[in-house]
Design a protein around this ligand. Structure first.
Ligand SMILES: [Zn+2]
Length: 460
């Protein structure tokens, strides 16, 4: 492919605070080989293509470090693990890569799924069979009895096609890590805690410090990255001390955790978007409200914002992730809400939040990918936005403003045809969200209210 010259009126490199003006990017073999002012840029030779991005805002393709590509917009844990075959999950995941791409996300980190689902999607894209975002693939989440992903009762366990893999002993933990590395994952996720708490309300870490260290050491020894799910102080501390690459959530961390994160060079990816959506959209009517889920999330947001602001002020690097792939966070819809949350809730400047969503988040992509910034030596993944996210980051959530998406210097058109959500996820397995008592029928206007009973024993 001959060299391409891209003219940009406004360019945000993903590494700086300000936009640059009147810049030229030169792309060769899918990589940026020149980034600089127009006056001093090499002139295009005959036969070389010139792309004019007009008045659009040119920036690196966005990176989401927490997209469950094969969960199929699940509405429950059963939806994730039970109803759909691994084969169908992979095909469905491939389909939904297009929704992700259309939203301007050119790279996603997939934090845990069953078997080879995201590995297969990644391989199909990397082989050039399909166009899609770059994928950092994983396999089953390493879980223990007290952690997320071992979410069914102990008599069910974690059959092979579940997204979690129960690894109750050190030998099982190490063996599972080696299996996943052999099968070609880019990262391994450990569920460091889950819903289990001590009577004082503190989350219980599902692994000891020693177990965590041993797992992280082995994962790094095998050349893979480590992501962990950790809400509680204890889990965050163990993970940070062990030197994991990214800690998801981290809401209940304390100063000792912040210190350990800074020392080990780890990152935080709070993934507030799912909680924000739960509180904003589900609270009034979803079954999750009646079991106290949305109220719990509201409280987590309150505490989490306080704690994570402190972490940001102390200099902890943050990455953006959305927990897309659930019915409350469908693919392609809410990825960029996290950027807005970084600004509104955590006190990031727009430029800092955009860096968290590009060059910083890209550290979780495989080293060979080198994406997330517009600079010489990186892959030419970039998007053209109608309007300036430096003025208002929320515009990145408007799909129609993501005008053009380039992957490795190639313009790509995402394929987003309609589909039947009742067939790609098992929405049809839940028949009722309400308890249809006679009282409920009255509330619905299907029955008239009963006559008030004559009070017995009442005398004039
Ligand atoms: Zn998640």
């Amino acid at each position: 492919m001959p060299r391409r010259h891209v003219h940009c009126q406004t360019l945000f490199t993903g590494l700086e605070d300000q936009a640059r003006h009147d810049q030229v990017l030169i792309i060769e073999k899918g990589m940026f080989t020149h980034v600089g002012p127009r006056q001093t840029a090499p002139q295009p030779l005959p036969g070389e293509r010139v792309i004019d991005t007009g008045g659009h805002f040119v920036m690196p393709g966005l990176v989401d470090v927490h997209t469950h590509l094969v969960f199929g917009n699940a509405k429950s844990e059963e939806d994730i693990d039970l109803h759909v075959s691994p084969e169908f999950r992979a095909l469905r995941g491939l389909f939904f890569t297009q929704h992700v791409l259309a939203a301007g996300y050119t790279s996603v980190v997939v934090p845990g799924d069953a078997g080879h689902c995201s590995i297969a999607v990644r391989n199909a894209i990397n082989a050039g069979m399909f166009s899609g975002p770059r994928i950092a693939a994983s396999s089953n989440v390493i879980a223990n009895r007290q952690s997320l992903n071992d979410w069914f009762p102990s008599w069910v366990g974690t059959p092979e096609y579940f997204s979690g893999r129960l690894c109750a002993t050190r030998d099982e933990q190490i063996a599972e890590i080696r299996r996943q590395a052999k099968d070609g994952v880019d990262l391994i996720k450990i569920a460091m805690d889950g819903p289990h708490m001590r009577p004082n309300g503190e989350h219980i870490a599902a692994f000891t410090q020693d177990e965590t260290r041993a797992m992280v050491e082995e994962i790094h020894r095998l050349g893979k990255k480590v992501a962990v799910h950790a809400y509680g102080r204890e889990a965050v501390l163990y993970a940070a001390k062990a030197g994991v690459d990214v800690i998801f959530h981290g809401f209940f961390l304390d100063d000792a955790c912040i210190e350990a994160i800074l020392e080990s060079g780890s990152h935080l990816a709070p993934t507030f978007t799912m909680l924000a959506n739960n509180v904003e959209f589900a609270e009034d009517y979803e079954p999750s409200t009646r079991c106290g889920y949305a109220a719990m999330q509201r409280r987590v947001i309150e505490v989490g914002c306080r704690n994570l602001r402190r972490a940001r002020e102390a200099g902890v690097p943050f990455m953006t992730g959305s927990d897309s792939g659930f019915a409350i966070t469908p693919y392609g819809e809410w990825h960029a809400r996290e950027i807005e949350i970084f600004v509104d809730w955590l006190g990031f400047s727009p430029a800092q939040a955009l860096r968290a969503a590009t060059s910083v988040a890209a550290r979780m992509m495989p080293v060979a990918q080198q994406v997330g910034a517009i600079e010489v030596g990186r892959r030419a993944d970039f998007i053209c936005v109608d309007g300036s996210p430096l003025q208002n980051v929320s515009i990145l959530q408007e799909r129609e403003r993501i005008r053009d998406v380039y992957l490795g210097g190639h313009h790509v058109e995402a394929q987003v045809p309609g589909y039947d959500p009742y067939k790609v996820s098992d929405f049809n397995t839940v028949k009722w969200a309400e308890l249809h008592t006679r009282q409920r029928a009255v509330e619905m206007g299907k029955r008239s209210a009963p006559e008030p009973e004559q009070e017995v024993g009442q005398h004039e």
